[in-house]
Design a protein around this ligand. Structure first.
Ligand code: PLP
Length: 447
């Protein structure tokens, strides 16, 4: 298909679409951070995506660092993924009955991650929500008093009620009058939120203390093994050890690998960091750009899910054949060429080092956190290891820098509190282009 022909105004068609969208969709968007509310300007409506390039409705090209917020690790419109979807398409788009591709993807995921069983759902939110219910149900069969969940400040696990407590991602970006108070969203009764305890990420002593006091009431501890949703936060060795200790208190450990799964390695962040969770949640990459989530763990726990067990969970489109095909093709490609991870890490580290140098030259304080293909440039001075430190960032400076980057043809994440993602489609020339745009954006900030 042809890309839209460039218009005279750089944003005329996007602006017109945004105006229409606002009439019929709240805020004109179907997910809040897309609205550019915190960074200013109006969102670009994307007409096509190929490799590392997004083309908007006005025919403008942008070098993409969002990758659909994580799924597109191979780049957009990857030939193997497109072919897999095309191969599946003539056979029907949804059956509401089992199909072979579900078995193939489940076999692949369990083999790569060392999990025994997985259940597919349609989003990351469904995965974490279901894993939590399963954990409560499983632990509750012998200890019904364990009703509480523990999560970490600034970690985001999707938008289920129980997890919208001191949450990161869009809740950090679009801070409302509810601010950082629990719950993070209107419509979540405080009685629900009261069942979710919150601890500071990367605070091993704080976690140990909380577990010592309340451990006997906690069914599960859910965490991002590497945080992307407060911007990138890397877990310390102490903190990882404290996470492992929660099992000593009888709570299940739920790793939310919706963002990091198959991104930081074929066995995710948990594989990379040597963590052994009881349950793991996936999303994003596992669906290759189509709607898929999954949760999995030991058979003993997973068999507690319906139809074998008493914990109910279902889905009309779960195991959708097109989505399974896209996920299978993506994971197969990653397994076929594990060199992808080495390249991603190298490019991301180079991008991080380049940004740090350019900011220093321009006299703009930034702290860059990177791991694998994830990167956040926090506009502040000093270490960023937890939510409180991330929240000190100069969001006004970030917003100005974001707008300059966009004007320079680079589509960075439109929020200070998100990770950007380098994909296998980015080239050294793309990195040079990005750093050159960044240099002028940093210089512009000081003017
Ligand atoms: N968990 C994590 C770590 C995420 O990053 C996200 C989404 O960004 C979710 C859960 C929710 O996934 P979804 O947006 O597919 O519901």
């Amino acid at each position: 298909p042809e890309s839209p022909a460039p218009t005279a105004s750089l944003t005329a068609r996007s602006d017109a679409l945004f105006k229409r969208a606002q009439q019929v969709i709240p805020g004109g968007v179907n997910s809040p951070v897309r609205a550019f509310k915190s960074v200013g300007g109006s969102p670009r409506f994307i007409a096509r995506a190929d490799g590392a390039t997004l083309t908007d409705a006005d025919g403008q090209n942008y070098l993409d660092y969002i990758g659909s917020w994580g799924p597109m690790i191979l780049g957009h419109n990857h030939p193997a993924v497109r072919q897999a979807i095309q191969d599946a398409l003539p056979f029907g788009t949804s059956f509401g009955a089992p199909n072979e591709r579900e078995v193939l993807l489940a076999e692949l995921v369990t083999r790569l991650t060392g999990t025994e069983k997985v259940r597919f759902v349609s989003s990351g939110t469904e995965a974490t929500m279901s894993a939590l219910r399963l954990a409560r149900g499983f632990v509750g069969q012998t200890e019904p008093g364990r009703k509480y969940t523990l999560k970490f400040r600034g970690n985001y696990h999707g938008h289920a009620d129980a997890l919208l407590v001191e949450a990161g991602s869009g809740l950090m970006t679009n801070a409302t009058s509810l601010g950082g108070a629990a719950p993070s969203s209107a419509g979540v009764p405080p009685e629900y939120a009261a069942l979710t305890l919150v601890a500071e990420y990367n605070d091993a002593a704080g976690l140990d203390d909380l577990m010592a006091q309340r451990g006997h009431e906690i069914a599960a501890v859910i965490f991002e093994p590497v945080v992307g949703n407060a911007g990138v936060l890397i877990p310390s060795a102490d903190f990882l050890a404290a996470l492992h200790r929660v099992r000593g208190a009888g709570a299940l450990l739920i790793a939310d690998e919706v963002m990091t799964g198959f991104r930081l390695s074929l066995s995710g962040a948990t594989g990379l960091l040597g963590l052994e969770p009881d349950l793991t949640c996936w999303g994003k990459i596992i669906g290759g750009g189509l709607p898929v989530g999954a949760y999995g763990g030991r058979s003993e726990i997973m068999d507690f899910v319906s139809p074998l067990g008493p914990v109910y969970q279902a889905g009309t489109l779960s195991g959708n054949p097109l989505a399974m095909a896209a996920g299978l093709a993506t994971l197969t490609e990653l397994e076929r060429d594990p060199g992808i991870y080495t390249q991603l890490e190298r490019y991301t580290a180079a991008l991080g080092a380049g940004l740090s140098d350019l900011a220093a030259q321009a006299g703009v304080p930034i702290t860059v956190n990177t791991i694998g293909s994830m990167l956040t440039a926090f506009f502040l001075e000093g270490d960023v290891q937890h939510y409180g430190q991330a929240a000190r960032a100069d969001t006004a400076a970030f917003s100005q820098w974001f707008r300059a980057m966009l004007a320079g043809g680079v589509y960075w994440a439109p929020s200070q509190f998100e990770s950007i993602f380098v994909s296998a489609a980015h080239t050294p020339a793309d990195l040079d282009f990005t750093l050159s745009a960044a240099q002028s954006a940093f210089t512009h900030l000081k003017e």
